[in-house]
Design a protein around this ligand. Structure first.
Ligand code: CA
Length: 227
């Protein structure tokens, strides 16, 4: 945990300062930027371990930045948003944010989220062997997945979700159970998050995402992995 680097991109100085203060107290190395272009410049010099990203930034906004990052890296992103509308949150998650926090938030809650996201994404699952099915191979050590012999790019959370399913074939999980098992902080996260991630995962691993072979919907209950 020490020496993990976090960038904070937030144009409201008072928020940026308090977030940086709490993260530094928690032992992280923090750099702050106040607009989209500066964030981009900093990222071009190298990705941190996590990015706290305000959705509404001057210059390049949070969604555009997330899209730029996701073309290059699965670095964890926690989005800050003043918007309460479901569609904006869903958009952030669809772009590939790992989590989001709605303003106003408690800095301590943000630190907990940062810890949780880093814990999930830096677990190396040492000693765990790859899981193989007919057309799907999942390697927890390298956190890589292959579908029909082709590598598939998954975000940290998509990988965690797929790996969870693969370890529990045919078992049905509700969205709430998946939030608890894969996200770990169900009380803060909307179950719609699960739906978004399932859809993105299907788009990446299924030949026909509207008629999935692997991740099947069990109507009224949840989802099941069929190897
Ligand atoms: Ca802002």
């Amino acid at each position: 945990m020490p020496d993990e680097r976090i960038f904070v991109a937030e144009d409201e100085t008072s928020i940026a300062e308090v977030v940086a203060l709490y993260l530094r107290r928690a032992g992280y190395l923090v750099q702050t930027v106040a607009d989209g272009e500066s964030a981009l410049q900093l990222l071009e010099e190298g990705f941190p371990d996590l990015l706290v990203l305000d959705l509404m930034l001057p210059g390049m906004d949070g969604l555009a930045l997330t899209r730029w990052i996701r073309d290059r890296s699965d670095m964890p992103i926690i989005m800050l948003t003043a918007r309460r509308s479901e569609s904006d949150r869903i958009a952030g998650l669809e772009m590939g944010a790992d989590d989001y926090v709605v303003k106003p938030f408690s800095p301590q809650e943000l630190v907990s989220r940062v810890r949780a996201v880093l814990r999930r994404t830096t677990q190396h699952e040492m000693g765990e062997k790859p899981i193989e099915f007919a057309n799907l191979r999942i390697d927890p050590q390298t956190r890589e997945a292959q579908i029909r012999q082709m590598g598939v790019f998954l975000t940290a959370k998509e990988f965690d979700l797929l790996y969870w399913f693969a370890r529990h074939p045919r078992r049905v999980f509700s969205r709430q159970e998946l939030l608890e098992q894969v996200w770990g902080m169900s009380e803060y996260i909307d179950p719609g998050t699960v739906t978004v991630h399932i859809r993105r995962l299907r788009e990446k691993i299924e030949q026909d995402p509207s008629n999935p072979e692997y991740i099947q919907t069990v109507w009224g209950v949840g989802y099941r992995f069929e190897p």
